[in-house]
Write a protein that binds this ligand. Structure first.
Ligand code: 1PR
Length: 580
């Protein structure tokens, strides 16, 4: 197994963190917290380096644990309410759906303990759902009652005016008051991923410490005394996020985050994603490979699998180079059983220890019966990926079968991998990877699928093209177009689309703009444009000519032809906002 070999020579450096503990505000009589004035305390030093993490078993908190450990703290998990009450530093990275989180908190007496802890102004940091649960209620599958500590209702982003929901990516925040933990965040892009948000109001203005704009102005963070919560993910926001965590864990030592560029984050940035196609080579070692139109073997007598590096090492390098996200695709996952493929899970575990941007993983996510007759649902397969450090899973072949069945029957059974996984982990955790191939036709009437008029005639003088979906790594064409698939998987609960193009893959001639327009116009979820990047200009072209949310590339990064920073610099020069 490959060792986690890269050194963390990040673009930013943090000073080592000296753990602290705190003095606390006095307990105040129980009435709705937001109706009370409490006396807030200043925390004092001690040598306690243990952070209590509230993991109620609904998803991946590994990244939060890894980030806390990276900063030199130990992590202890909450098993019972007393663990909350006895905590010195409590971090609550809420994951999953609002209702199921509240259900677990209420059933185990954790909700009461949390309220007591927060009402005593003990050091608290909620993350994402860990912020939303503090409010009175949420509209997510609801209304569902929350902890009721902050006035307000958590509602869904309004996508009726074309806003892509979930809000996925790097956005800037506006500070509304001094908070003690946010000073490194101002002007910087930080990572959000959510479909629901709380809005600022007169009733909660004492709490709000920053807001963010996406469609409307929503609450990005709250702070009061020692109680903080953020809608974004510090553990996934690179060194800026680590600095925030450090400010929470060590409030009296100001972080020394050196910025390369003066931050001017004002809106959702376009993402640049590095993709690692991973498979075993002929000696059985896991390698990063890269195909030309999905053919990953060298054209030599040996015909060996092309090897471009080691997965953990390359992922670490791309993180340091400024990749906004790293995607691993287990490209022979359709053949193998991923839970038997422990090296791939190890890759995720090692990578997530040092890479603090989102990690997506795909390949082989489907229901499976192993050689011993043991059945695994796609949800179980995905859960193992999440537990190993993935933030999102990407479904390829199985999404095609699910969409075909759905279009035939018109019935959502709740049983498809997309439905099962998005119900438990949320839409934002489910990416569908589409592998279409161009098929040329003389007229749109020739096929039942959506066609695009060509700007120049096809190989046999055709005037139209449709994009046939494939499965098993492009080996088999299916009777469904990319347009039809994209619409179907959005209805089934996918939160994002990774849009490849077999014809463009590895060609370096640019993204398939017609295909990307076709799909971005078809859906209201974010679309990642993939396949064909060969120069920095291809990135500006795809963002200028389509509404893709992100652009993904593989070959040019692996072969070191174009560094990620050059792509970002070029995009900035062309007025396209990116995380710098
Ligand atoms: O079907 O659920 O097991 O998922 C398999 C996954 O593996 C799918 O996401 C599928 O796209 C991917 N895959 C399968 N076979 C290959 C192959 O190359 N033989 N890779 C493959 C797909 C395409 C992109 C690539 C871009 C950018 N690779 O991920 O990275 O095209 O490349 P470029 O910048 O060099 O042009 P399942």
């Amino acid at each position: 197994m490959e060792a986690p070999a890269f050194s963390s020579t990040s673009r930013y450096r943090l000073l080592p963190c000296r753990p602290l503990s705190r003095g606390y505000a006095a307990w105040s009589p129980r009435k709705p917290y937001f109706e009370r004035r409490i006396s807030l305390s200043v925390r004092a030093f001690s040598e306690d380096s243990t952070v209590t993490l509230l993991d109620y078993g609904a998803g991946n908190v590994r990244s939060v644990r890894n980030a806390i450990r990276h900063l030199g703290f130990d992590v202890k998990y909450v098993n019972k309410p007393e663990d909350i009450l006895n905590a010195n530093l409590l971090v609550f990275p809420g994951v999953g759906a609002f209702a199921s989180a509240m259900h677990v908190l209420n059933d185990n007496g954790l909700a009461e303990a949390l309220c007591t802890y927060i009402e005593k102004d003990r050091p608290f940091l909620g993350i994402c759902l860990g912020l939303q649960l503090l409010f009175e209620s949420s509209e997510e599958n609801g209304p569902v009652k929350g902890l009721g500590l902050i006035p307000g209702v958590v509602g869904r982003f309004d996508s009726s005016n074309g806003l892509r929901v979930p809000h996925i990516g790097w956005n800037g925040v506006q500070l509304t008051k001094e908070s003690g933990i946010l000073h490194d965040v101002e002007g910087q892009h930080i990572y959000f991923v959510h479909s629901y948000r709380a809005l600022p109001s007169d009733a909660n203005k004492d709490w709000v410490s920053s807001t963010c704009n996406y469609g409307d102005t929503f609450i990005a963070s709250i702070s009061r005394g020692n109680v903080h919560a953020v809608q974004f993910h510090p553990e996934k926001s690179g060194e800026v996020g680590l600095a925030l965590l450090r400010n929470f864990l060590c409030p009296s030592t100001k972080s020394k985050l050196k910025r390369l560029a003066s931050g001017k984050a004002s809106r959702l940035a376009k993402r640049v994603i590095a993709c690692l196609d991973v498979r075993a080579n002929d000696s059985g070692d896991l390698v990063v490979t890269k195909g030309d139109q999905y053919d990953v073997r060298e054209h030599t007598d040996e015909n060996e699998v092309r090897s471009l590096g080691k997965p953990v090492e390359l992922a670490g390098q791309y993180y340091n180079d400024g990749a906004d996200e790293v995607t691993f695709l287990n490209i022979t996952g359709f053949r193998d059983f991923p839970l038997g493929d422990l090296p791939m899970l190890q890759v995720l575990r090692y990578t997530s220890e040092n890479v603090f941007v989102p990690l997506a993983v795909g390949g082989g996510i489907r229901d499976f019966t192993d050689a011993n007759g043991r059945y695994y649902s796609s949800l179980e397969v995905a859960s193992e990926y999440f537990r190993s450090g993935a933030d999102k899973i990407s479904i390829g072949s199985d999404a095609v079968y699910a969409a075909e069945t759905y279009l035939k029957t018109g019935v959502k059974t709740g049983q498809s991998s997309i439905e099962q996984i998005s119900t438990v982990y949320g839409k934002q955790a489910v990416v569908v990877s589409i592998d279409p191939r161009r098929l040329y036709v003389k007229s749109p009437e020739e096929v039942e699928f959506k066609t695009v008029k060509l700007r120049s005639p096809g190989p046999h003088g055709e005037h139209y093209v449709w994009y046939q979906c494939t499965v098993n790594g492009g080996r088999e064409g299916r009777p469904i177009g990319a347009y039809e698939l994209a619409k179907a998987v959005e209805e089934l609960g996918a939160g994002e689309i990774l849009l490849n193009c077999i014809d463009c893959d590895g060609q370096g001639e640019g993204f398939d703009i017609d295909l990307i327009r076709l799909i971005t116009d078809a859906v209201s979820i974010p679309v990642i444009a993939s396949s064909g990047a060969g120069a920095v200009e291809h990135f500006s072209e795809v963002f200028q000519k389509t509404s893709a949310s992100a652009a993904l590339a593989a070959g040019i990064f692996h072969r070191r032809e174009v560094p990620i920073l050059s792509v970002k610099k070029h995009l900035l020069e062309n007025g396209i906002e990116v995380r710098s």
